[in-house]
Design a protein around this ligand. Structure first.
Ligand code: ADP
Ligand code: MG
Length: 246
C-alpha cells in the first residue's frame, strides 16, 4: 500500500535559547493511504504542531514532509496552494468560516475554487449527517460554536479530498454529534478510499481509527493497530511507566 503521508526526522522548535520549545522532535512516520490514523497524545504533546506542519501551514525547523508525491520542504507556493485546494481537506479549529458568506456558500467554497461541482447525494448525506439542513442559509455568526464546527467539517469533506487532516474535529461537539462525525470520517475511508489523519487527546475518539500513533513530548512514543479504548489506555500506561523509570 502506498503512503499518503511521510515525515522524516521532522522537528519543530518554537522560540530560541532558554525559551526554546521542541514541539516536534525527530518524528519519522509513514501513514498508508486509504487508512484512518489517529494521532493521540496529551495536551502539549505536539499534535497540533504536527498537523500544521504536515498541512504546510507552518514550516518545519528540520526534516521533511511528503504528501502524495509532493515534498513540502521543496515545493513552491503554487504547488502548495494547489495541493491544499485539490487534494487535502482541513478540519482545523483555526480555519474559520468566512463571515460574509452563508453556510451553504462556505461549504461549497473549496469546490468552487477548484471549479468542481458537488455530487448531489453526497452533499445531501453530509448535510443530513451533520444536521446542517436548517442552517444552510445562515451566516456563521448566527451559529453556535458546535454548529460552526459541523459546517467546517462539511466544507472539508464535500470535495472528497484524497487526504483529510483533522485536528480535534470533535472538540466542541456533544457526544452524539461527535460519534456521527467520527463515523462519517470512517465512511470516507471505507467507502471512498480517502486517507484520514486525525489528532485527538480523546481516547474514545482516537479509538475510531484503524491505527493510533502515540505522541509524547513531540516524539512518537508508540503505535497501536486496530485500537480500542482499552488498548490505547494500556499503551499510554506503559509509556507512563517508562517515563517514570527515566
Ligand atoms: P497539542 O496540540 O498536542 O496540545 P501543540 O502542538 O499545540 O500540542 O503544542 C506543543 C508544544 O509546543 C507545547 O509546549 C506548546 O506550548 C508549544 N507551542 C505550540 N505552538 C506554539 C507557538 N506558536 N509558539 C510557541 N510555542 C508553541
Ligand atoms: Mg492541539
Amino acid at each position: 500500500m502506498s503512503d499518503a503521508l511521510r515525515t522524516s526526522h521532522l522537528t519543530k522548535v518554537y522560540g530560541a535559547g532558554d525559551l526554546a520549545v521542541r514541539a516536534l522532535d525527530d518524528v519519522t512516520l509513514s501513514l498508508p493511504s486509504g487508512r484512518f490514523t489517529s494521532i493521540m497524545g496529551s495536551s502539549g504533546s505536539g499534535k497540533s504542531t504536527f498537523m500544521h506542519v504536515v498541512a504546510g501551514l507552518e514550516r518545519a525547523t528540520s526534516g521533511t514532509v511528503v504528501i502524495g508525491d509532493l515534498d513540502l520542504s521543496s515545493a513552491g507556493d503554487d504547488a502548495l496552494t494547489r495541493m491544499r485546494r485539490d487534494h487535502v481537506g482541513f478540519i482545523f479549529p483555526s480555519f474559520n468560516l468566512l463571515p460574509n458568506y452563508s453556510v451553504r456558500q462556505n461549504v461549497l467554497l473549496p469546490l468552487r475554487l477548484g471549479r468542481r461541482r458537488p455530487e448531489g447525494p453526497w452533499f445531501e448525506r453530509i448535510v443530513e449527517t451533520l444536521g446542517l439542513g436548517g442552517l444552510l442559509a445562515k451566516t456563521p455568526e448566527q451559529l453556535s460554536g458546535g454548529q460552526q464546527q459541523r459546517a467546517a467539517i462539511a466544507r472539508a469533506l464535500l470535495g472528497r479530498p484524497e487526504v483529510i487532516l483533522a485536528d480535534e474535529p470533535t472538540g466542541s461537539l456533544d457526544s452524539a454529534t461527535s460519534t456521527e462525525v467520527l463515523e462519517l470520517l470512517r465512511i470516507c475511508v471505507r467507502e471512498f478510499g480517502q486517507t484520514v489523519v486525525m489528532a485527538s487527546h480523546d481516547v474514545a475518539a482516537a479509538a475510531f481509527a484503524e491505527q493510533t500513533v502515540l505522541l509524547s513530548d513531540g516524539r512518537v512514543a508508540g503505535k497501536v493497530s486496530n485500537p480500542t479504548t482499552r488498548s490505547i489506555l494500556t499503551a499510554l500506561e506503559a509509556l507512563d511507566v517508562r517515563v517514570g523509570i527515566e
